[in-house]
Design a protein around this ligand. Structure first.
Ligand code: PRP
Length: 194
């Protein structure tokens, strides 16, 4: 079967192929939104998106959810990504509002080593939300370094280098509607790229 092509504007030495088509992604997100609404019994849900990768997933998930939904964003920087050693994560942008007593859903594009979600769960739990759950679009379980899992998982994917739908390579490809596998020909991948 021929490989599906994307309309991605690739750089020389780079090529992409679709792993999860936009329609599969949207169908799955609609299902996740229904599960989330059911589990939260239509109580207000405060979505916390992790910049920048989660913005497309968060936007589509929010639009598929019924009931009261509010949004906030948080940003972290991972030393582990640059050095492949310490695995330390630090907050670079905090939430705008308190989450105490609220139903919070942490929204991530991908669960990889687990360092980011594990760190954020510790930080957010200290703020005493009513409930704290995690939704990820993609889960690369075989890359996990710390034991953490998501309550809602869009797709479990193999350990391939994925871009699109929020995920980048050198800040490019985030705007692809499909989740794609990026191949680099004769180039070394940037450390920590997922
Ligand atoms: C990516 C992704 C997650 C994190 C997952 O973010 O968006 O936040 O890595 O990796 P982990 O499970 O190994 O911690 P990245 O640091 O690339 O920033 P970005 O979202 O701005 O692309």
């Amino acid at each position: 079967m021929p490989k599906k092509k994307t309309t991605a504007a690739t750089m020389p030495g780079e090529s992409t192929r679709i792993l999860l088509s936009r329609s599969r992604v949207q169908t799955r997100i609609a299902t996740l939104a229904r599960e989330i609404n059911r589990d939260f019994r239509d109580e207000p849900v405060h979505l916390v998106g992790v910049l920048k990768g989660a913005i497309f997933f968060l936007a589509d998930l929010a639009r598929h959810m019924s009931g009261e939904v509010s949004l906030d964003f948080i940003s972290v920087s991972s030393y582990g990504k640059e050095t492949q050693s310490s695995g330390q994560v630090r907050l670079t942008k905090d939430l705008d509002t308190s989450i105490e007593g609220r139903n919070v859903l942490l929204v991530e594009d991908i669960l990889d080593t687990g360092l980011t979600v594990s760190y954020l769960l510790r930080v957010l739990e200290q703020r005493r939300p009513k409930r704290l759950r995690v939704a990820v679009l993609l889960d690369k379980t075989e890359r996990r370094k710390v034991p953490v899992s998501a309550d809602y998982v869009g797709f479990r994917i193999p350990n391939e280098f994925v871009v699109g739908y929020g995920l980048d390579y050198a800040e490019r490809y985030r705007n692809l509607a499909d989740v794609c596998v990026l191949s680099l020909h004769g180039k070394a991948k940037k450390e920590g790229a997922v």
